[in-house]
Design a protein around this ligand. Structure first.
Ligand code: ATP
Length: 355
């Protein structure tokens, strides 16, 4: 199921039933992928290694030809248009700045649409946008990885592409720098109105950077929607688990509530009969209890602002995230109390809970 909640106007980019099968593979690397992207939007393609994200991106860029399906830029079919004529910019993991050129020269090099005389001044303006104007005469080797990444991005933007594609752009940066760079890049994209597709396997990166997230698995696009929607209303168990920890529960629904092993739980939507539910760990509260039917804390992880608890009750395992005051110790017995709504997974999800 594709859940699209983008505004209704002409999309900047549409992919229509994209399929790419590599020789000898038993299933397509990209399998009937359809989505639309609107001007100024940041879309993250999120999924585990090998799910087809990069191949999808390469078909949009023109490095790879689909076996079937099409790519539209506005209303123009660009499926067979060569890469260099697509007005699509791509930033790779390894930056690929020219080592023998200064930063300003690297950026100016991309501005083939401007008269030569204007390029240097414009390059410095672009560098100023990422607070690097005063480094314009430096060479790439004199910069940190994060700075090189910013220049590579600015160089791509300076060519004024219709669309920018980023493939795991932060994977070479260490954790702290990565978080800062994500924030800066999102601000830069919003300031310049840039339309972006970002490929990542990191759910935190997708959530913090993107306006919408497309979750992929085994070549298929399972769900597209704003981060809050894919997190709170996942299309199936795979999406629920890929976007963070969750408790998958079987229940018997009657309207806005379901009977489960944890007692009655409020639902995010009306349902009737047998259902599979996703209950996020932050929606479970733990109450000390000596009741023989209570759960036992088998592990806990201190995460600064909260604790992540792993619990056992009979053969079932649960997880809960609780603010860090009054922590509970491993071995403590607790009653599991729901403190939020569970999401009903659409029917297709029921067959996939065992993956
Ligand atoms: P990763 O994050 O690891 O790059 P991905 O989601 O981007 O993964 P793809 O790189 O698109 O996935 O690969 C999808 C599938 O297609 C994988 O099984 C991969 O091995 C296969 N594949 C990709 N490129 C080729 C190729 N040129 N020839 C054969 N098989 C390929």
């Amino acid at each position: 199921p594709i859940h699209s909640t983008a505004p209704a106007s002409t999309p900047l980019l549409s992919t229509r039933h994209l399929v790419r099968r590599f020789r000898d593979a038993d299933r397509p690397a990209v399998d009937n992928v359809c989505f639309e992207l609107y001007r100024g939007e940041i879309l993250a393609l999120l999924g585990p290694s090998g799910c087809g994200k990069t191949t999808t991106l390469r078909m949009i860029a023109g490095f790879e030809t689909p076996d079937s399906g099409s790519v539209l830029l506005g209303e123009r079919d660009i499926t067979n248009v060569p890469t260099q004529k697509r007005r699509i910019g791509m930033v790779f993991q390894d930056y690929a700045l020219f080592p023998h050129m200064t930063l300003a020269e690297n950026v100016a090099f991309a501005m083939t649409h401007l008269p030569r005389k204007q390029r240097h001044a414009r390059a410095l303006e672009w560098l100023a946008l990422v607070n690097m104007a005063e480094l314009g005469e430096r060479f790439p080797e004199e910069l940190s990885g994060g700075q090189q990444q910013r220049v590579a991005l600015v160089r791509t933007l300076a060519a004024e592409p219709e669309l920018v594609l980023l493939d795991e752009p932060f994977s070479n940066l260490d954790a702290g720098l990565r978080e800062r760079t994500r924030k800066e890049m999102r601000e830069l994209f919003k300031k310049t109105g840039t339309t972006v597709i970002l490929v990542t396997h990191d759910q935190a990166e997708a959530m913090t950077m993107a306006d919408r997230i497309g979750v992929m698995r085994q070549g298929r696009l399972l769900q597209v929607g704003p981060p809050q929607a894919v997190y709170r209303e996942p299309a199936d168990a795979f999406v629920a688990e890929f976007l963070g920890h969750t408790n998958l529960l079987e229940g018997e629904a009657a309207g806005l509530s379901a009977a489960t092993a944890l007692g009655p739980i409020s639902l995010n939507t009306q349902a009737h009969g047998p259902v599979t539910l996703s209950l996020r760990p932050e929606d479970l509260a733990l109450v000390r209890s000596e009741d023989p039917d209570s759960a036992i804390i088998v592990d806990r992880e201190f995460r600064g602002h909260d604790y992540f608890y792993l619990l056992a009750r009979g053969d079932s395992r649960y997880c809960a995230i609780v603010p860090n005051h009054d922590p509970l110790e491993v071995g403590a017995r607790v009653r599991l109390q729901t403190a939020g709504e569970a999401s009903v997974l659409p029917d297709e999800g029921r067959s996939q809970t065992q993956h």
